[in-house]
Design a protein around this ligand. Structure first.
Ligand SMILES: [Zn+2]
Length: 104
C-alpha cells in the first residue's frame, strides 16, 4: 500500500507492507520493499485483473521461502537435482539496482 506525501508533487512518502502493515522505510536509506505483481491478459482465467502486493523484507522472504518449499515438493521425485538455494534471485551484488527493476 503506497502512502502518498501531502505535498503537491506526486511522490511516495511511504510504502506499507500489505501483509503485516509495517512501514518499509529504513531510516536514512529510503524505502526497501519487494513487489509481487501480475497483469493477467487474454487467454488467462483472470483476464483483465491486475495485482500488486508490496512486501517488507521479512514478509518477502517468508513468501519466497513458501514458494521454494512448494517447488521442492513438486520436484521431490523428479530425476533432475534442482538447486533452490537462490530461488527467485536474478541478481547478486547489484547494489545500484542497474541490473534489476527499480523500486524508486
Ligand atoms: Zn511485512
Amino acid at each position: 500500500m503506497k502512502i502518498p506525501a501531502m505535498e503537491q508533487t506526486e511522490s511516495i512518502h511511504d510504502v506499507l507492507c500489505d501483509v503485516c502493515g509495517e512501514s518499509t522505510r529504513v531510516e536514512g536509506y529510503g524505502l526497501q520493499f519487494g513487489t509481487l505483481h501480475a497483469s493477467w491478459g487474454y487467454g488467462s482465467t483472470h483476464d483483465g485483473e491486475r495485482y500488486e502486493v508490496h512486501l517488507c523484507e521479512p514478509c518477502f522472504f517468508r513468501t519466497i521461502s513458501g514458494l521454494r518449499r512448494e517447488c521442492m515438493v513438486n520436484f521431490m521425485f523428479s530425476e533432475e537435482d534442482k538447486d533452490l538455494s537462490d530461488f527467485g534471485r536474478v541478481a547478486r551484488d547489484d547494489f545500484f539496482n542497474d541490473g534489476g527493476t527499480s523500486t524508486s
